[in-house]
Ligand binder design. Structure first.
Ligand code: IPE
Ligand code: IPE
Ligand code: MG
Length: 238
């Protein structure tokens, strides 16, 4: 990367935290060991985003499609979530505003309660906004916004012609965050897997081969350098 490239810090980063299973397999460990290490890396990278001045970070932790995994693996992920929720992700006193995005009704009630309490205790924090996508799916998020709009039309509160991108966007989970500037997927896969479909219209995609549990702050900076070298045009000619 040329030294002349000015480092532009994305205002909002989305990360697909992928590769935990392959990391564990390479070490002949159970997949759960990969999820444990992945969760540690998540904390390190979140802190690094805060340090770099990123305004919002959205991480993909569990997708609506991940329910198709073996029951034991799902249970392991849920228990890991419980234990991290109990220690408040160890972000206590760190000025990070934590929010959970995704469908909560399918989650165990104790997990939902822990999520709500963590959101409540970090609500006044003014630093990094951390959205944890858990039982999240981009298509479901879009359907949810459509349902909310349809209900308002049905009640006569809203006219069909009033529905525009701004209104629709205001009903997505990330409405209060800046646009998602960069979506990062480690692990070698080059797809969205139903992550931030609405929000990624003009995001820059950065794919890296490193498995998520091996990810480091240096790798994050490398991704930001790649992002900085891109020319974003948003449909304009220059
Ligand atoms: C990401 O790692 C974590 C979740 C999807 C919960 P994976 O478990 O998908 O790891 P790989 O892709 O199989 O290596
Ligand atoms: C996407 O990874 C979901 C998360 C990282 C939480 P997957 O591992 O589930 O995606 P696919 O199956 O490779 O597309
Ligand atoms: Mg995967």
């Amino acid at each position: 990367m040329g030294e002349e490239t000015e480092l532009k810090i994305p205002r909002h980063i989305g990360i697909i935290m992928d590769g935990n299973g392959r990391w564990a397999k390479k070490r002949l460990l159970p997949r759960s060991a990969g999820h444990v290490k992945g969760a540690e890396v998540f904390r390190t990278i979140t802190r690094h985003c805060e340090k770099l001045g990123v305004e919002a970070l959205t991480v993909y932790a569990f997708s609506t499609e991940n329910w198709s995994r073996p029951k034991g693996e799902i249970e392991g992920i849920m228990n890991l979530m419980r234990s991290y929720l109990r220690d408040a992700f160890t972000f206590e006193g760190e000025n990070i505003k934590i929010r959970f995005i995704g469908e909560r009704s399918a989650l165990a009630s104790d997990i939902v309660e822990l999520m709500e309490s963590l959101e409540a205790t970090s609500r006044e924090n003014t630093g990094l906004i951390l959205n944890i996508a858990f039982n999240y799916g981009g298509r479901e998020e879009i359907c949810r916004a459509a349902r909310l709009l349809a209900a308002r039309v049905a009640s006569g509160e809203l006219k069909v012609e009033d529905i525009d991108q701004e209104l629709f966007g205001s009903l997505t989970y990330t409405a209060s965050c800046p646009e998602v500037d960069m979506i990062l997927r480690p692990s070698g896969e080059e797809r969205l897997s139903n992550f931030l479909l609405w929000q990624s219209a003009y995001s820059e995609f950065v794919f890296m081969d490193t498995l998520w549990p091996d990810f480091t702050p240096e790798k994050l900076e490398e991704a930001i350098e790649i992002y900085s070298s891109r020319s974003r045009r948003f449909g304009a000619s220059e």
